[in-house]
Design a protein around this ligand. Structure first.
Ligand SMILES: NC(=O)c1ccc[n+]([C@@H]2O[C@H](COP(=O)([O-])OP(=O)(O)OC[C@H]3O[C@@H](n4cnc5c(N)ncnc54)[C@H](OP(=O)(O)O)[C@@H]3O)[C@@H](O)[C@H]2O)c1
Length: 334
């Protein structure tokens, strides 16, 4: 059995190393899962680059999700048994042929569920569901702005907001991504490499979902309606900052806000970090995962699997994600 260790921050070839691992015993409230496929998220790329403060010290195994079969069951586990096919939210450790995880972060999935689609549910769809249905709630006919709409979380947000009958604006960085966003349900699509979204959008926005950060966040905030909310859940732009000065400059580009201003304007800012939700509100994470699994079973959402790479091609998968070549979910198959 093997796992992919992150041994060095930087370029993919030097960053990852395949190492043999043992099947360890799960704790009393955990299960041990033999993994068939592991998901890749943008946060993994940020961790590889050494820009993710939550990443454990190296060498470590990164990765937020895995699909597989329960092999070992802790004595306090009540809802899972050996042989169950499951999706696990792994909070690091996912790039491995064997993971242990507490019961509350593991959900049963159907035998016939596509592994790539299932992987999309753990982090990306659960994050999107939390952002638009738990932390706040999008109502019919409200206007939403979704940045990086062709990405994993972006796809999930478009599909979930479409279910809510919202009017959807989506941004992306190429014509093929715009076409993809349209197919997912976006009403207005904007290529941010050619146009400034803040000039194209002529009506107030009720919700802005932003994981790009810097001036993207500030411009999105300015578009907010009274009663509008901006949900910040990432800062992909920061990966472009090569030194502490450009990082500080980008930090300032978010803008400076005072609580009295939010009150007077009746606007809200909501920060989302699913790791913190997993740590402090495990039942909420479970609720999000089970809700999106249910929506998939009901045919109301349909995760798009951009590509499943062979595990040996982890290097290419990471390069493609950072180079903005991916759409929807990507992962590796063991
Ligand atoms: N807070 C949380 O709990 C949480 C959970 C999951 C994900 N996230 C965040 O949500 C975002 C999306 O995650 P994901 O896994 O679904 O990834 P993804 O959207 O599938 O991939 C990242 C996309 O971001 C866009 N992008 C914008 N600026 C970029 C830059 N400077 N470098 C590279 N890409 C850039 C690219 O799309 P375009 O080509 O259209 O620009 C790229 O395809 C990430 O920022 C991630 O960190 C946060």
């Amino acid at each position: 059995m093997q796992a992919i260790y992150l041994v060095k921050n930087g370029k993919t070839k030097e960053a990852f190393e395949f190492r043999d691992i043992q099947m360890t015993e799960p704790k009393d409230n955990e299960v041990g899962v033999i993994v068939e496929a592991s998901g890749i998220n943008f946060a993994d790329v940020v961790a590889r680059l050494g820009q993710y403060q939550d990443c454990p010290p190296l060498p470590t195994i990164i990765g937020y999700e895995a699909v597989g079969r329960v092999e070992k069951v802790g004595k306090d586990v009540t809802t899972l048994k050996k042989g169950d096919r499951v999706l696990a939210f792994t909070r690091f450790g996912g790039y491995s042929q064997y993971v242990t995880q507490q019961e509350s972060a593991v959900a049963k999935i159907g035998e016939d569920m596509d592994a790539g689609k299932a992987l999309a549910l753990a982090t990306q769809y659960s994050t999107a569901f939390y952002a638009c249905s738990v932390a706040t709630n999008v109502l019919p006919n409200e206007t939403v702005l979704i940045h990086a709409g062709a990405g994993g979380v972006g796809t999930a947000l478009i599909q979930l907001c479409k279910l809510k009958n919202a009017k959807i604006y989506a941004t992306a960085g190429s014509e093929s991504k715009l076409e993809y966003c349209r197919k997912q349900g976006a009403h207005v699509v904007i290529n941010y490499t050619k146009e400034d979204f803040s000039e194209v959008i002529k009506e107030p926005i009720d919700f802005a979902f932003d994981a790009v950060g810097a001036d993207n966040f500030r411009k999105s905030y300015k578009l907010l309606n009274r009663g509008g909310r901006i949900i910040g859940y990432g800062a992909a732009a920061m990966t472009d900052a090569s030194n502490i000065f450009s990082k500080a400059k980008m930090g300032l580009q978010f803008g400076i806000y005072h609580p009295a201003q939010l009150l007077m304007e009746s606007r809200s800012m909501i920060g989302v970090n699913m790791l913190r939700i997993a740590d402090y509100k495990p039942d909420t994470l479970k609720y999000c995962m089970e809700s999106v699994i249910q929506l998939l079973h009901e045919g109301k959402i349909d995760p798009h699997v951009g590509k499943m790479y062979a595990a040996k091609d982890i290097y290419q998968a990471h390069d493609d994600m950072l180079d903005r070549k991916t759409m929807g979910k990507i992962g590796i198959v063991w």
